[in-house]
Write a protein that binds this ligand. Structure first.
Ligand code: CTP
Ligand code: MG
Length: 233
């Protein structure tokens, strides 16, 4: 079974503070955008990649696709004001058939294994997201004072990819637009329809590069992978 993927890449990277889209920053000499793209390019089950980009990045992104020989057909769509707008622009270009993944271009460490298990789950249930159990104790704080310690055993930090039957995600986006609802992830739009969203356990390496210190974690993850690869040789 094949799937398509939307990679939202049209952000500004404000919290990274690099003065440019953080996806252009390099890890091991390769831009973050290319690290993420390669995972899907190398996956035979991935039939179509749609990248939402900011018009100001278009020329630079296109040059990178050429430089790094990205061979798989990539469809570029203009991003929108919010992440949700970018994804909706991409979703509108897709034929309603099968499963679609939405994956933040800023998460370059997604593993093939988790893409497979997530896609399989979405085929079965219509909606599936990757997540990991929360490790910290989480408290609800208002005006600097704790109002509640939330029971941790049921808390999960959710990641991307998030995978959906295309018809279901389209319905969710249409409904969100009609209601002026802005969610922080795609699953929250589907949840509003009352459709159950399955959670597949991912791993803690699948970080989103958000603030400068995430780059240190990213280097460490790359080092770990290099050591593992060397061990296999
Ligand atoms: N994104 C997008 N369109 C937007 C905003 C974000 O396609 N209008 C993408 C980003 O490029 C990123 C992903 O959504 O790959 C997750 O967003 P985030 O981590 O918030 O990235 P930025 O919006 O770029 O960063 P910041 O919020 O710090 O400006
Ligand atoms: Mg953002």
């Amino acid at each position: 079974m094949t799937y398509q993927v939307i990679l939202p890449a049209a952000g500004q990277g404000k919290r990274m503070g690099a003065g440019k889209n953080k996806l252009l920053l390099e890890l091991n000499g390769i831009p973050v955008l290319i690290h993420t793209l390669r995972v899907f390019e190398q996956d035979e089950a991935c039939s179509n990649i749609i990248v939402a980009i900011h018009p100001q990045d278009e020329a630079e992104f296109k040059a990178l696709f050429t430089k790094y020989n990205v061979a798989k057909a990539i469809r570029l769509v203009p991003g929108g004001k919010e992440r949700q707008d970018s994804i909706y622009n991409a979703l509108r270009t897709v034929e309603i058939d099968g499963v679609i993944l939405v994956h933040d271009a800023a998460r370059p460490f997604i593993s093939q294994e988790h893409i497979n298990s997530l896609t399989k789950m979405a085929e079965e249930t219509g909606a599936a997201i990757l997540g990991v159990p929360v490790k910290d104790t989480i408290k609800k704080v208002i005006d600097g004072v704790v109002v509640e310690t939330v029971e941790r055993s049921s808390l999960w930090a959710v990641q991307t990819p998030q995978a959906f039957r295309i018809s279901l995600l389209t319905e969710a986006y249409e409904r969100a637009e009609k209601d002026y609802f802005l969610g922080t992830d795609d699953a929250s739009l589907v949840e509003r329809l009352g459709h159950p969203v399955s959670v597949v356990e991912g791993d803690y390496d699948n970080i989103k590069l958000t603030t400068p210190e995430d780059l240190y974690f990213a280097e460490a993850i790359l080092e770990k992978r290099k050591r593992l690869d060397q061990g296999k040789k």
